[in-house]
Design a protein around this ligand. Structure first.
Ligand code: BG6
Length: 485
């Protein structure tokens, strides 16, 4: 039987750029996410050598501009979350709603007001807000004019933004996350660092410098939050993909060990332990970068040590396989990183390998390594849903996916791991980050919009809505609930 602590935080997660819309309303400035076209090729488009963040509405459709119109419908959406019994709601603050260009001194009051209202709506419904400070977006101007996070000036702009956010909302919000999936830049620096080939993404030195600047900015955020109120907890956020060696060949085992260090642990090691790990030299060298190439001051390194994060949050969708010996040639897609096919696992329609046991392993690996509380802030199944003629959506495949992952969390808790909460991704359907599609749906709530933005944007409860409501009501004890839907 599954068991969770009484104060376990059940809820859901979203990101501003994928659901708010209202991209030009009340003085909001454009963000890098607004320059991402819709469709499966969006990552290819932004990786072209001449892509310079130009928004060309004649050439492309930009689904993030409208999102799911949450900017105007947030009250209805929060009411639905409350109906499911959410105890926490993870959302992000759009930096360009508060600082339209990113480098202003004065914030945009209308932007702050929107988040005041959103937070108050959550609190009115007994939902604890959990804010991601930077979720795959920054003011477009900071990417175009300053070249993204490789530029140290961004530390100061971010610090100013965080100070305004924490001062305004810090008496109502107890949990903040700094950078969403900070480690994803290893494969995809565009979303989290504002780096595309045109402004330096192909030179690995820039990625490591951008990371360093983000580590410093993260420590400053911890400092600001703790100084404002010592009860506030700030977490890092990593994309965790449990990684297996393809077979017992020691070469694959070693390669897997290095992959774990490089991808799953490098950023977390710095943000949690407050210092660069011992394998940094090897990792940099493998990427043709040396310590001397990076601008890292003694004061900055001291700040990292003084202000590590308080807890670890991570996304978990799938596991990956390392095959350095080319023992197989079967490949699959994945969450910003594709790889080798695991013969023991099934994959989603988008090729992400489904592995609940991998979540139990992740939780153990992270807790053994860091001894800090863990928060699973993203997990879920991107799938195509069908609305039946009676208006119902029977998403048993999603219920199944979530059920086995929740069981895995419970098993990890039994193993002795400290888990704070669980916020499945895209609790309401929203625009996919990697493909810009609406048809890749994660939600408990269906939103009537298609990939071209056509539809009424009407919200419909899926079968999983009633199921998850019961899961929360029973504090995770009743995962087999057969509900009247
Ligand atoms: C995570 C991101 O990588 O995965 C989210 O933090 C994203 O922003 C989610 O939406 C699911 O990925 P996708 O590409 O299916 O939207």
């Amino acid at each position: 039987m599954t068991k969770f602590p009484n104060n376990f935080l059940w809820g859901g997660a979203t990101a501003a750029n994928q659901l708010e819309g209202g991209w030009q309303e009340n003085n909001r400035g454009p963000s890098i996410a607004d320059a991402l076209p819709g469709g499966k090729k969006r990552m290819q488009v932004i990786n072209q050598p001449n892509f310079d963040w130009t928004i060309d509405e004649k050439k492309y459709n930009y689904p993030n501009h409208f999102g799911i119109d949450h900017y105007h419908r947030y009250k209805e959406d929060i009411t639905l979350f409350a109906e499911m019994g959410f105890k926490v709601y993870r959302f992000s603050v759009a930096w360009s709603r508060i600082f339209p260009q990113g480098d202003e001194t004065q914030p945009n009051e209308a932007g702050l007001k929107f988040y005041d209202n959103l937070i108050d709506e959550c609190l009115k419904n007994n939902i604890e807000p959990l804010i991601t400070l930077s979720h795959y977006e920054m003011p477009l101007n900071l990417a175009k004019k300053y070249g993204g996070w490789k530029n140290k000036q961004l530390i100061n702009f971010f610090e100013h933004f965080v100070r305004i956010v924490v001062t305004r909302f810090g008496s109502k919000v107890r949990y903040f996350l700094t950078f969403n999936e900070i480690n994803s830049a290893a494969h995809f620096p565009a979303l989290s660092q504002g780096l595309v080939p045109e402004n330096g993404a192909t030179n690995k030195k820039n990625i490591f410098q951008a990371w360093h600047n983000q580590f410093v900015a993260s420590s400053k955020a911890v400092q600001i939050a703790h100084n404002f109120n010592s009860q506030i907890k700030v977490g890092c956020m990593i994309l965790y993909a449990t990684s297996y060696a393809y077979n017992s060949n020691p070469i694959n085992q070693l390669s897997n060990l290095h992959n774990n260090q490089n991808f799953n642990f490098f950023c977390a090691d710095v943000q949690i332990r407050g210092e660069y790990p011992s394998y940094s030299h090897r990792y940099l060298k493998e990427n043709g970068v040396s310590e001397n190439d990076l601008d890292r001051t003694t004061d900055e390194l001291a700040l990292l040590k003084e202000y590590p994060v308080d807890f670890i949050s991570f996304s978990y969708y799938m596991s990956s396989v390392i095959d350095a010996t080319a023992a197989t040639n079967e490949t699959v897609a994945g969450n910003l990183l594709g790889g080798v096919k695991n013969p023991f696992l099934k994959a989603s329609d988008w090729g992400w390998q489904i592995d609940p046991t991998g979540l139990q392993i992740s939780l153990n690996e992270l807790y053994d390594r860091y001894h800090k509380p863990l928060f699973i802030v993203e997990n879920g199944l991107g799938a195509k849903d069908k609305v039946e003629t009676n208006g119902k959506i029977y998403d048993d495949y999603r219920i199944n996916y979530l059920k086995y992952h929740i069981q895995a969390i419970s098993a990890a808790i039994e193993d002795g791991v400290e888990v704070m909460g669980y916020t499945p991704w895209g609790c309401i359907d929203l625009v996919s980050a990697s493909t810009g599609e609406m048809s890749k749906r994660y939600g408990f709530i269906y939103v009537d919009l298609d990939d071209n933005g056509h539809g009424t944007a009407k919200r419909l409860r899926k079968k999983s809505f009633a199921w998850y409501k019961k899961v929360i009501e029973t504090n995770g004890a009743d995962l087999d609930n057969t509900i009247n839907y």
